[in-house]
Design a protein around this ligand. Structure first.
Ligand SMILES: [Zn+2]
Length: 77
């Protein structure tokens, strides 16, 4: 699969965020499992969602403010 066809999904539920957060941090060698927002890097901003890149086993954590700035196509209800 080429890069421009990669599957990205948005995880909004707390359990998935916590689980993915812990997994990503463990893999990256971080001591704790708290992800910083990839958009603003604000330690005070709680993570509101994760953009998960399926093929890359990669996830971008975003706070509510940054998440709302992501240009999503279509409804996300
Ligand atoms: Zn942010």
């Amino acid at each position: 699969m080429s890069k421009d066809q990669m599957q990205v999904r948005l995880a909004r539920d707390v359990a998935t965020i916590a689980e993915t957060s812990a997994a990503v941090c463990a893999e990256a060698g971080y001591a704790d499992s708290i992800l910083l927002c990839h958009g603003c890097g604000n330690v005070e901003a709680p993570i509101a969602g994760l953009l998960v890149v399926d093929e890359q086993e990669e996830a971008w954590a975003l706070c509510a403010e940054c998440l709302s700035a992501v240009p999503l196509l279509g409804a996300v209800a």
